[in-house]
Write a protein that binds this ligand. Structure first.
Ligand code: PGA
Length: 256
């Protein structure tokens, strides 16, 4: 059986930035900077309320729309939550699940990450599942253990047929928003560990096809080196995704 070549995916995570009107402008500016670049997939993950404005701004372009969270129930009495079907109907194709900021500030656990991932996948969305160790865990020498556990639990009960809609983003917590990037080798090593977890659970073929991104202070300067590593298939980008020129440099570095 032939193995599909992995296409790089560059995803911007705008976090809690941009009102609908400024979001529309930013999306248009990003498009201006990257139009014609079709050598990788580009996604922008925006706040819920910005989704309609950005959907309109990226319509007919190669930029795909993502959200930053999704609830695991289909509907009902879950005040303040948003379901996968709601996102889909608004044109969302991707959703970030289990970002470390959600785990850290909003009580997200491996169990809820798994439930959210399954809800997203069952609705036909692509789930960008975030995993990553904290600084003290790295210093204790348990990075591989932490990241393997998070990956396994996030994929509990996820069938192989749905893996084409799964992206794992390795985001060391100590590198997020800090300006401290993992070295190319550190990032590649952990992305390789994630790939071997996939190999153990689903087989070598599945592992070869799995998109594994790096995230954590990826920027216009370090993207090229990181994206050249064997196990890194793209980036989840926070700060630099709000700067169209910088984001364009990263998209350029991912062209295949
Ligand atoms: P950063 O954020 O690029 O600002 O470090 C990455 C992320 O949180 O996804």
């Amino acid at each position: 059986m032939s193995v599909r070549k992995r296409r790089k995916v560059i995803a911007g995570n705008w976090k809690m930035n941009m009102t609908p009107s400024s979001a529309k402008e930013l999306a248009k500016n990003i498009y201006e900077q990257i139009k014609g670049k079709r050598g990788c997939d580009v996604v922008i993950c925006v706040p819920f309320v910005d989704i309609p404005a950005v959907a309109q701004a990226v319509k007919g372009t190669m930029i795909k729309l993502g959200a930053q969270n999704v609830h695991y129930e289909e509907k009902g009495a879950y005040t303040g939550e948003v379901s996968a079907e709601m996102l889909k109907e608004c044109g969302v194709q991707y959703v970030i699940v289990g970002h470390s900021e959600r785990r850290q500030y909003f009580g997200e656990t491996d169990e809820t990450v798994n439930k959210r991932a399954k809800a997203a996948l069952n609705a036909g969305l692509t789930a960008i599942i975030c995993v990553g160790e904290q600084l003290w865990e790295r210093e204790c020498g348990i990075t591989a253990e932490v990241v393997s556990r998070q990956t396994k639990l996030a994929l509990y009960d996820v069938p192989e047929e749905q893996l084409a809609h799964v992206i794992i983003a390795y985001e060391p917590v100590w590198a997020i928003g800090t300006g401290k990037t993992a070295t190319n080798e550190q990032a590649d090593e952990v992305c390789g560990i994630i790939r071997s977890v996939i190999a153990d659970k689903y087989g070598k073929q599945a592992a070869k096809q799995m998109i594994v991104q790096y995230g954590g202070s990826m920027n216009a300067k370090n993207a090229e080196g990181l994206l050249a590593m064997e196990n890194i298939d793209g980036g989840l980008i926070g700060g630099a995704s709000l700067k169209p020129a910088d984001f364009a440099v990263i998209v350029n570095a991912a062209q295949q």
